[in-house]
Each structure stands twice: as structure tokens, then as C-alpha cells.
Design a protein around this ligand. Sequence first.
Ligand SMILES: NC(=O)C1=CN([C@@H]2O[C@H](COP(=O)(O)OP(=O)(O)OC[C@H]3O[C@@H](n4cnc5c(N)ncnc54)[C@H](O)[C@@H]3O)[C@@H](O)[C@H]2O)C=CC1
Ligand SMILES: CC(C)CCC[C@@H](C)[C@H]1CC[C@H]2[C@@H]3[C@H](O)CC4=CC(=O)CC[C@]4(C)[C@H]3CC[C@]12C
Length: 369
Amino acid sequence: MAESAQVPTLVYLVTGGCGFLGEHIVRMLLEREPRLRELRVFDLHLSSWLEELKTGPVQVTAIQGDVTQAHEVAAAVAGSHVVIHTAGLVDVFGKASPKTIHKVNVQGTQNVIEACIRTGTQFLVYTSSMEVVGPNIKGHPFYRGNEDTPYEAVHRHPYPCSKALAEQLVLEANGRKVNGGLPLVTCALRPTGIYGEGHQVMRDFYNQGLRFGGRLFRAVPASVEHGRVYVGNVAWMHVLVARELEQRAALMGGQVYFCYDKSPYKSYEDFNMEFLGPCGLRLIGTHPLLPYWLLLLLATLNALLQWLLRPLVLYTPLLNPYTLAVANTTFTVSTNKAQRHFGYKPLFSWEESKARTIHWVQALEGSAW
Ligand SMILES: NC(=O)C1=CN([C@@H]2O[C@H](COP(=O)(O)OP(=O)(O)OC[C@H]3O[C@@H](n4cnc5c(N)ncnc54)[C@H](O)[C@@H]3O)[C@@H](O)[C@H]2O)C=CC1
Ligand SMILES: CC(C)CCC[C@@H](C)[C@H]1CC[C@H]2[C@@H]3[C@H](O)CC4=CC(=O)CC[C@]4(C)[C@H]3CC[C@]12C
């Protein structure tokens, strides 16, 4: 990869570049990668905000395409120096079938790898997930663990299964020869639960709170820690990894990195209240209002209803046995591997991450502000 501060030469491709995280990566690259000549944004659904980016100095190329279609992926990858593969089907609510989740997340990733090899693209950054590790089906806590913490990673749900398989494909591809004979250099980033501007689940919780007269009802004990990381910092980690992968190929190739920042360790709901509280919502109860066994019964009923109604309507409530288990199991990370390997420091402090997220919630349609 040729380096020059004056003449931008690099071509980057971001798959899933119109999604929640993808948009932040795209904007961050344009702001903080001075060597960029062309930025290709590949997504199933192209967003209108891409148009405004086309007026800047970097050539922004919007590519409507499907990662499950190998020829579309190969055409987009050809001629790029770095691929950031963020596209994925993020579904833990039963909106898509397990087969579709597998096809997009696993076959789609395989297509990206093969496209890099066939077209001679040498650097691949994959957005994995904390979910490839856990929480596992046994509900074992992962308390402030790092990339080397032993943990029994056993999954049954299609989403974590697909992310784990895809991550494995990416890591195993490290070192394979790409067209031209150079080695492919890959690595995987594992965000914990991402939050920030554009976060759909946060929007859902906010709207739910508004419907209940400004109240949310505690469902998870405050003592359960759930790892969260600000979207801007996750994007920054992608930009840094992409930048450093060539110089530090021997160290970083085939590695996994948790995404982390200074966001506090809290339960899923208490963490959300850091933003929803200042927007006028209250979390009712210091303990869960319903006992766990009753929540599990409701979650199971929801799963049953989803199955029964499937021929007529898609019923996809937030509460199901999987989301209940994830929200009720401690899973937090404490690591400095990204700092040691490629000098990562969070770009946004907790105070700034919080302020930006609150500002976004306040601007939502139907907001109480
Ligand atoms: N949201 C979260 O808390 C976390 C997300 N992740 C991972 O981060 C990545 C991005 O997730 P989000 O931004 O939250 O999701 P998102 O749903 O907002 O973005 C995913 C993007 O991929 C695109 N996409 C989906 N199927 C596609 C296909 N067949 N071909 C081309 N593009 C396709 C979508 O149109 C969307 O723009 C995913 O790989 C996800 O697994 C990892 C950890 C946590
Ligand atoms: C009412 C319930 C008891 C609470 C429901 C909350 C859930 C909807 C969310 C709790 C934990 C979330 C997941 C977690 O942050 C890890 C994730 C990583 C990803 O890669 C994708 C998203 C997610 C699975 C995230 C999804 C929503 C929760 C299950």
C-alpha cells in the first residue's frame, strides 16, 4: 500500500456502509483517512445521505449490491486496497429465517474473502461481535474479560452461530495468497453492544417509554453488567486497524480485538437510562418488577406466538428467550490489546459519547423535547 500525505492513493470498500455502524465508519474514514482517494460504499439499501458526501475531495462511489451474490461482491472489491466488511444481518428477534441469517453473514463473508483473493486485495477488516464469545447457552458470566479469557463459547441462536462461523472464516483466511502472490492480512473486531446516534433498539426503547407515559419498567437486575461501546469509537477502531494492518501485518494478522472504550459498566437498562433519563424517561423499580420465571414464561409465550402467527404476520417483540438470556447474563470486557497492538485510544470520552447520544435521542421524531 503506497503511503503519501500529499497524494491520496488508497481505495477502500465498506460493505454495509449504510447501516448504523457502517455510516459512522464511512464518515470517520472521510474525516480521518487522508490517504483515501476513493471510498466505495456497498449496501443492499443505499441511503440518501450518501449524496451529500459525493461533493467532497474523496470520490465516494455508492454500490447497491448483495453480499450473497459473489459476482456483485467481486466487482465491488476489484481494485480496492482495503475492505471493511461490516454488512450483516443483525437479527435476534426472529425477523429473518436462520437460513437467511446464515446466507448473509456466513456465505456473504465467504464471498468477500474469495473476492479479495481473486482480485488481489490484501487487507480485510471484519466486524465480528462479542456474541461470538458469549453469553453462552449456559448463561456463564464473562466478567471484565479479555481476548484471552477462557470461556465456553457455545451457541444455539442463528445470529451468534453465524457471526462465530464468519469470524472463523476470516481468521483462517489470514495468510492465504491473493492474486499476485501477496498474503491476505485479516483481522476481526468484536464490538460489545454498540450505542449512539442511529441505534435502532435505543429508539425502540425510547418509543416504548413514551407510549407508557414516560416510564420503562425494570426487567433485569441492576447487578448484571452488560458491555457497551460508543459507535464513534467502534468506527475509529475500524479506521485505525485498516490503517495499521499493512505496517503491523505480522502482529495483527489473524487477530481478534474486542471494541471497548470508557463507557461505564452497568446493566443494559441502567445504561440506556444514561440517555433516556435526560430525555424525560424514568425506569420504574430498583429490582425487576416481574420475577425471572415469569419473564421467561412471557418470553417463551412470545416465541410460541411468533411461530403460530408466522403464516399471517411477523410478530417480533423485543422480549424472547434469547434476548432475555443475553440481557440477564453479565458480559463485559476489560482489555488493552487494541492499544498495545495498534495504538488505539478512544476518540470520544464517555462524556462526549453520552452527550452526542442524548442529543440524538432528543431530536427523534415524537420526542418529548
Ligand atoms: N449493533 C450492535 O450492537 C452490534 C453489531 N455488530 C456487527 O456490526 C455490523 C453492523 O451492524 P449494525 O450497524 O448494528 O447493523 P445494521 O443493520 O444497521 O447494518 C447492517 C448493514 O448491512 C446491510 N446488509 C444487510 N444484508 C446485506 C446484504 N445481503 N448485502 C449487502 N448489505 C447488506 C444492511 O442494509 C445494513 O445497512 C454487523 O456485522 C453486526 O453483526 C457487532 C456487535 C454489536
Ligand atoms: C426486555 C428485555 C429483558 C431486554 C431486551 C434487551 C435486548 C433487546 C438487548 C439486550 C442485549 C442486546 C444485545 C447485546 O447488546 C449484544 C448484541 C451484539 C450484536 O452483535 C448484535 C446486537 C446484540 C445481539 C444486542 C441485541 C439487543 C439485546 C439482545
